[in-house]
Ligand binder design. Structure first.
Ligand code: DQA
Length: 182
């Protein structure tokens, strides 16, 4: 999990936009959510573009996926775009606010084209949702998972609570071995 510039100020920085919770609170929630899915999170925050690029390099062949809130780098860092494009797992972009409803320069994300999906505008809940989305992507690509979910929904167990983030068609995916994914 990577956090970009100024996110170290969360809780104090423009709370009317970003809320009163600190970055550590969001990470704690993400860690909780990850534990529910048997996943472990390593988190780094940096105010430096080059350091984030190097953190993405360090994640290659080591981390299964990346959740990234690139902060303002979302809107112009082609270096981060290229680093994430070279990462060998799924990427989920998360924003506390909804950049699409803010200033026009925030409407473009150069990270979005190399992400499986973007979660924006749900405040801290977005961190949980992002981890949940990654777990769904992993479950869908697990060797014993059904390769092509039927249009009528999952074939075993209960359907997912949310449409699978790695599945643009929005088909539901269940966990291997009949485990309920929720
Ligand atoms: C942000 C949105 C960006 O536009 C902004 O530059 C940030 C935070 C968010 O989480 O809402 O620093 O990524």
């Amino acid at each position: 999990m990577l956090s970009g510039p100024n996110l170290d100020l969360l809780g104090d920085r423009q709370p009317e936009i970003y809320g009163r919770e600190a970055l550590a609170d969001h990470i704690r929630q993400a860690v909780d959510e990850a534990a529910r899915h048997g996943m472990v999170i390593e988190h780094h925050q940096s105010n430096h573009e080059g350091e984030l690029v190097e953190l993405v390099h360090a994640a290659r062949h080591r981390a299964a996926g990346i959740v990234v809130n690139p902060g303002a780098l979302s809107h112009y860092s082609w270096a981060l775009h290229d680093a994430l494009a070279a990462f060998d797992g799924p990427v989920v972009e998360v924003h506390l606010s909804n950049p699409a409803s803010r200033e026009p320069w925030r409407h473009t994300s150069v990270v979005a084209p190399v992400a499986s999906g973007t979660i924006a505008g749900f405040g801290g809940l977005g961190y949980r949702l992002a981890v949940h989305a990654l777990a769904g992507i992993f479950a869908a690509s697990a060797p014993s998972a059904p390769s092509a979910p039927s249009a009528g929904g999952a074939r075993r167990g209960e359907p997912t609570e949310y449409p699978d983030a790695g599945n643009p068609a929005g088909n539901q995916v269940d966990m291997p071995e009949g485990k309920v994914f929720q």
